[in-house]
Design a protein around this ligand. Sequence first.
Ligand code: CUA
Length: 159
Amino acid sequence: MNVELYERIWMWAAAALLAVFLGVIFLMAGLHAVQPPSHIETVDPTALSSHPEFANPTATSRRDGSVVVSVVAQMFSFNPDAIEVPANRPVTFRITSADVLHGFQVVGTNANAMAVPGYVSQFTVTFREPGQYVITCNEYCGLLHHNMVGKLIVTKGAP
Ligand code: CUA
């Protein structure tokens, strides 16, 4: 079979482009430590107000210095707000939603998860830089979606 030279060039160019795009995806996923959701835990979204953890979501310190933060997202706020955690300590977020799908993104970090009604999204991050961070909802959740912001305060923890 004879393939025209120009056709061959374009076929290889298209293949090379695909390889570059795939490479960029894997490179950026690696650089930003992007991971697929791996925690499966269910919770009744209609009974959060009587749930032992999510009725009063808060930040709790463990004996080893790490922190667990329970968060309930609902139209159009995060509870608790503000969230205060120490720097340089592993912080485990446990996030759920009381109504619809929300996002939970700590701007300027790779802390980013969906808040899904019925499920607990969990991930652990360590914040190196003390300061104030903005938490945004990055899933469209209703008319005031753009107002759904929270505050994260990272205090100077132990070095
Ligand atoms: Cu919550 Cu958008």
